[in-house]
Design a protein around this ligand. Structure first.
Ligand code: GUN
Length: 287
């Protein structure tokens, strides 16, 4: 029997926990603050940012959206990031990607104070992740949310064969590191992998994050495999679907995340959770 990993339900539960933690912090006179910076008019980015802002406000987080014209210079954007770094009311800073091409995304990421890097994209935090550091640090929200899903469904990773398809800094690379840290043997596939089936057919866990329609079918996977679909694509009929042929794969999978209602809601819930964690870690560091 196939188990559907219900991201919507788990996001609701995670948000309820976050809301309680925010209330607890507020009783101590502390309100977690999240700043989301968006540059330009990209429709998808604006939708994501609206959702993040709405969720933050619902949970009692002090959320601030900074909308900037795409004519802003790199230096001006860095100044804004630095102001947010210095603002004691802000615990988490997120600069929505993609940025206009005249701005170096990596440079902006490096300017965010690692202690406020709610996306977990700063090289310092990525380094900690790859070293499986034992101190507190933020981790990219999509893969961190996926780990929460795997844990909630008691999916054991120790000694398992995990395949990550996609090698982005936002999903693929941190996902691989998290799975490795959890004791899985990992293979990362990407656009230059010549035969992805060679790897996917024997994998116990597959995380697909490529933005490719119909990337995986039933014939691509092992019976009982755990299928995590990060893809967000519009299919031929105009519906939002993942990278995996859900209906085709369903009976063969052991566990599967739907799209929509799987990884997406958990990403936002994890962002909120991590804003609160950064706030608490800041308190404990004596600042
Ligand atoms: N663009 C798409 N996903 C993300 C994300 O998780 N963080 C940021 N900053 N930009 C994104």
């Amino acid at each position: 029997m196939t188990t559907i990993i219900d991201g919507k339900q788990l996001a609701k539960k995670t948000n309820e926990q976050t809301k309680m933690e925010v209330q607890h912090l507020k009783e101590m006179g502390i309100t977690p603050g999240l700043a989301v910076v968006i540059v330009g008019n990209d429709e998808a980015s604006q939708r994501y940012v609206r959702n993040k802002n709405k969720t933050a406000q619902r949970l009692g987080i002090n959320s601030k959206v900074i909308e900037l014209a795409d004519t802003i210079t790199e230096t001006e954007l860095i100044d804004i990031v630095q102001q947010l770094n210095d603002d004691d009311a802000i615990n988490g800073i997120l600069v929505q990607d993609p940025l206009p091409t005249h701005i170096d995304e990596r440079k902006i990421t490096r300017k965010i104070k690692p202690e406020k890097d709610v996306d977990g994209f700063h090289p310092y935090n990525v380094g900690k992740l790859f070293l499986d550091d034992t101190t507190n640090y933020p981790v990219a929200c999509t893969p961190k949310g996926i780990m929460t899903m795997l844990k909630e469904y008691n999916i054991d990773l120790l000694g398992k064969k995990a395949v990550v398809i996609g090698r982005s800094a936002i999903v693929g690379k941190p996902m691989a590191a998290l799975l490795l840290n959890a004791g899985a043997s990992i293979t990362v596939l990407h656009r230059y992998t010549t035969d992805i089936l060679e790897y996917t057919k024997t994998a116990d866990v597959i995380v697909a994050a490529t933005g490719t329609l119909h990337l995986l079918q039933a014939k691509s996977i092992k019976q009982g495999a755990v299928i995590i679909d990060v893809g967000q694509n519009i299919d031929e009929t105009g519906h939002l679907v993942g990278d995996v042929d859900y209906d085709d794969v369903f009976d063969r999978a052991g566990y599967i995340t739907p799209v929509p209602g799987g990884v997406g809601p958990m990403t936002i819930a994890t962002l909120m959770q991590q804003t609160v964690e950064l706030t608490k870690w800041g308190l404990n560091s004596g600042k």
